[in-house]
Design a protein around this ligand. Structure first.
Ligand code: NDP
Length: 296
């Protein structure tokens, strides 16, 4: 069997187009423009690239983009004051503080200062609690993107066995909550899991969010399963820099029914879902119906 390739790049382009159409409608019918504020503290090169890409994508769908670049030595009080002002600004519907923050800043304190309604990353403790109790929340972008692709591929997910490898707060745990919300039977595996291969082989849906290059190999995949590879690992092979996932693509694709590639799978969905969350937040703030198909 050769797996169907789930094209995240094309899927994300579709999501961005849907968001753009909704943004245009909001402007025309309601005179409202959704706005996303991104806060970058310091000079981390990867973070700078992410922030630049987020800015360009925000503008592209017709939203307002507010960028706040602060020096690495910014005090906690200054950063919290900026978040307070963004919380109070009616033009801002989404606030994202780019992580990681410099070591002297307490990420939890900073993230929990964001108004939960504007927390488009879905990391605020209130949103984590709302998701865990099956209530309306802001859902973390990467797992939301995975869920959208899974729903599109499978239709209904109810009753399927899902295994999520990784239990981070950013990916693994919210992914498991979302799959549970869609009535999958969910197992969360991690570094202390016994016989990971056997656990993975029980999965109709296998989500890898580990951060270990090509760790999930074809012999760990149930024939016909859907494999979602969240991993982004930069490695060197044959003297060349290469981007690989947490799944060994060739061996897994020979067994799976469907698989996301790296690059071009989950990655592009993350920014698309950030835009979707900003739109959702704007609709909620204005008492308007939420966009269909763009939320959990
Ligand atoms: P974390 O490092 O926070 O978590 C990794 C998880 O994998 C942990 O729960 C850890 O278990 C588990 N793990 C580590 N080694 C093993 C092992 N040998 N067997 C089983 N489980 C193991 O990573 P993130 O969740 O933040 O990210 C995971 C991957 O996803 C990374 O490659 C990251 O780059 C990528 N990523 C991609 C995004 C995208 O937009 N596509 C967005 C965010 C992340 P334990 O808890 O026991 O230590």
């Amino acid at each position: 069997m050769t797996a169907k390739v789930i094209d995240g790049k094309a899927f994300a382009a579709g999501v961005r187009a849907q968001v753009a159409a909704h943004v245009a409608k909001l402007a025309e019918e309601n005179g409202i423009q959704p706005g996303l504020a991104v806060v970058l503290v310091g000079e981390d090169p990867a973070s700078k690239v992410y922030v630049k890409n987020k800015h360009a994508s925000t503008i592209e769908v017709g939203m307002a983009s507010f960028e706040h670049r602060l020096p690495a030595e910014t005090s906690e009080a200054t950063l919290l004051a900026l978040i307070d002002s963004l919380n109070a600004d009616p033009k801002v519907h989404g606030i994202l503080v780019q992580l990681p923050l410099p070591a002297h800043l307490n990420s939890e304190l900073v993230i929990n200062r964001i108004s939960p309604a504007k927390d488009v990353d879905g990391f605020h403790i209130s949103n984590v609690g709302l998701l865990g109790t099956g209530q309306k929340s802001m859902v973390p972008c990467t797992p939301l993107g995975c869920l959208m692709m899974l729903r599109d591929h499978h239709g209904k997910l109810a009753g399927l066995n899902a295994v999520v490898v990784g239990r981070s707060n950013i990916v693994g745990k919210p992914m498991a909550q979302l799959l549970l919300g869609d009535s999958c039977t969910v197992t969360i595996a991690h570094s202390r899991t016994k016989d990971l291969a056997a656990v993975c082989r029980g999965a109709d849906i296998l989500v890898a969010a580990v951060g270990r290059p090509e760790m999930i190999t074809g012999d760990m995949v149930k024939p016909g399963a859907t494999v979602i590879d969240v991993g982004i690992n930069r490695i060197e092979r044959d003297g060349k820099a290469k981007l690989v996932g947490d799944v060994h693509y060739e061996s897994a694709a020979a067994v799976a029914g469907a698989i996301t590639p790296v690059p071009g799978g989950v990655g592009p969905m993350t920014i698309a879902c950030l835009l979707a969350n900003t739109l959702t937040s704007c609709c909620r703030a204005n008492g308007l119906p939420e966009p269909k198909g763009l939320t959990a």
